[in-house]
Design a protein around this ligand. Sequence first.
Ligand SMILES: *Cc1c(COP(=O)(O)O)cnc(C)c1O
Length: 289
Amino acid sequence: MDVFSSISSRLEPLNLPGFEGRLFIKRDDLIHPIVCGNKWRKLKYLIRAAQEQGKNHLVTFGGAYSNHLLATACAGAALGLKTTCFLRADEDIDNHYLFAARLYGMNLIPTDRGAYRDKESLFYTHFGQDVNAFYVAEGGESVDAELGIAELIDELDWEPDLIVHASATATTASGLAAGIVRKGWKTKVLSVAVLKNAEEQAQKLQTGGWSNVVSVNADYDFGGYAKTTFELMEFIRTTVAQTGIMFDPVYSGKALFALNSLKPEGKVVFVHTGGTMGIFSEAFMKIKS
Ligand SMILES: *Cc1c(COP(=O)(O)O)cnc(C)c1O
């Protein structure tokens, strides 16, 4: 047993007005306090691959509010692997994510936005000589990640009409689509873009051959990545108080807001992709509601 040992996250009814018993929530946020949500699923086979190759040093990339960064730090510590993360930062930055990542022993390398763009060259410049270094793409994006996500579908014991989730790189979307197609289901996926890249995400899904399963919605980014509004915070406040489930304003809060506004028909599963740490950002706590 280790942090990636198989578990099946809970499926619970979610009582939002207007759904009358046909909305459910897949509680991937409960998988682990830190290595949770889609980051747990994405890292599972990636880290297994690293271990199988005998690598003991995970090298990855992320911003200061990256759930991937933190999940990698924690998983690495749990499995006895060294972790390094190139941190996208133009200035000296510190927050609760980076504090926790350092506690897990992660080596953070602040990297200006220019240099950050060329990740392969960062990896080879710093760790080209380290035979133990294992490259983990930003956000965990990879075929292994999609494989891990696809398992979420296997955990469902009935066929939903629609699955809704927060989407940033379309990796989760692709994995869900792969799982659905593998099952021979007709379930559709609604991927709510949480930043201004819906076009790019749709393109990626098209290239992957998933565009007949997944549609990307561009209307709920609330101004861009990690941007929020009073209206979004008000919705989150109400929903958290009514459900006892924490939703963050960067990812799952936006996707749930979209779902609640669009009120799609049929039996719906909302995937809670994790990211609970995002709620405890000082910037968000300043938005009074
Ligand atoms: C990373 C993340 C996402 C986005 O996943 P993609 O596979 O990049 O689309 C969604 N929700 C949460 C909580 C995340 O941490």
